[in-house]
Structures are given as C-alpha cells and as structure tokens.
Design a binder for this molecule. Sequence first.
Ligand code: GTB
Length: 216
Amino acid sequence: MTATITAFERSPDRGKGLARDMRVRWALEEVGQPYEVRLLSFAAMKQPGHRALQPFGQIPTYEEGDLSLFESGAIVLHIAERHAGLLPGDANARARAISWMFAALTTLEPPIFERDMVRILDREKPWYEERLSALDETIRKRLSDLARHLGAAAWLDGAFSAGDLLMVTVLRRLQGSDLLEERPTLAAYVARAEARPAYRRAFAAQLADFTASSAG
Ligand code: GTB
C-alpha cells in the first residue's frame, strides 16, 4: 500500500529541503518505497482533520492503510523497521543505529533548531547576542564530539543507517555557517550523504513540490 505523507504547501525555506518531511521522503527513497504527498497550507495544518493525525498541527504525518503516524523520528524508525536498507540486521548494530537516531533528535537537533529560531525571531531582543553565542558554544561542543567519533569513517557506525539519515538532516540546518564549515570532517559527511541517489531524488521531489505550489 502506498504511503501518504504531508508537507508544507509552500515551504518557508523556499525549496532548501529543511522542513522535516525531507527526512521522511529520504527514508522512503532509501528503502525504495513509493509515496504520495499531501501539501498543506498553514491554515489547513491547524484544522481538526489534520490535528486528528498530528495533535500539534504540524507536518510531517504518515498514513499507510489504517496506520497513521506523526513525529518524523518515529516515522523514519517505522520505515526502517518495515523495509530493508536503513537498519542493520545484527541486533546490537541495530540498537546502536537507533541510538544515533536519538542522538540526532535529542542531543544535536535542539540547540541547532533553537539557534535558527533565535536568529529568525529574536534579533531585536536585548539578550540576542548572548543567547546566540551560548547556543553556538553548545553546538560547537556537540560538533567537536561528533567529528571525533566519526574520525575517518564514512558513516557513524558501519554502513549508512537511519542514524546517519537523521543526523545529516539536522546538520544541514548549519550549512553556510562557520559552525559546519570549520569542521571539514562533518561538512564532508553531509556532502557524502547528499550525494546518495535516494537523497537526490527526495530533494528533487520536495523542490518540485515547492516550485509547483509557488507557480500556482
Ligand atoms: N517533532 C516534530 C517532528 O519531528 O515531526 C516537529 C514537527 C515540526 O516542527 N514541524 C514543522 C511545522 O509543522 C515543520 S518542520 N511547523 C508549523 C507549525 O508548527 O505551525 C520545521 C521547519 C519549518 C521550517 C523550516 N524552514 O523553512 O527552513 C525548517 C524546519
């Protein structure tokens, strides 16, 4: 059964693929599963119909037969558990890959996401510079630890996994900033992931959706 996901009708990032539907699209492409996309306006996301799928009125969601899911991490884990290609077969390696999924979403993503929010929403606040530099310091520590772990390896733990997929979607938010560019190990890690055919297909699909909705 073909899954349906939801995404922004008109992504505020103007096609950069930074919204969290991108990780779901990429996971589906990695495992070779077709999917359909329902594009939603901000108003539609807050309607009861969508809140029945996503209690917080956000994207992405995932529907497949009588299953509906929200939370991008849970959706990627579901896809990785149902289809080969994103989690190792060995039980211990699989558990480690899942640890990296959590690390991406709970150790790296919060300060990186908050940094973007502060930069967008709080520029006029008296505490702006102080908060930004505190977040930059936290992020630098996390990136330094991540780069040390990665070392010369291609991926976080053996073969490419859902842990790498989520980690790269989080790190992409730092592209163009010194924080990522000053760490060539991590910049190369992101570039390596972005060169994957599945990533490129997912990126092209979200860009096509953005372009079509902007033309309409
Ligand atoms: N924890 C949830 C998950 O992982 O699924 C968080 C979902 C979430 O934050 N969704 C955002 C949303 O629906 C879109 S991804 N926001 C609308 C709302 O809350 O009303 C976050 C996002 C938005 C925009 C950009 N951008 O333009 O660069 C990047 C990321």
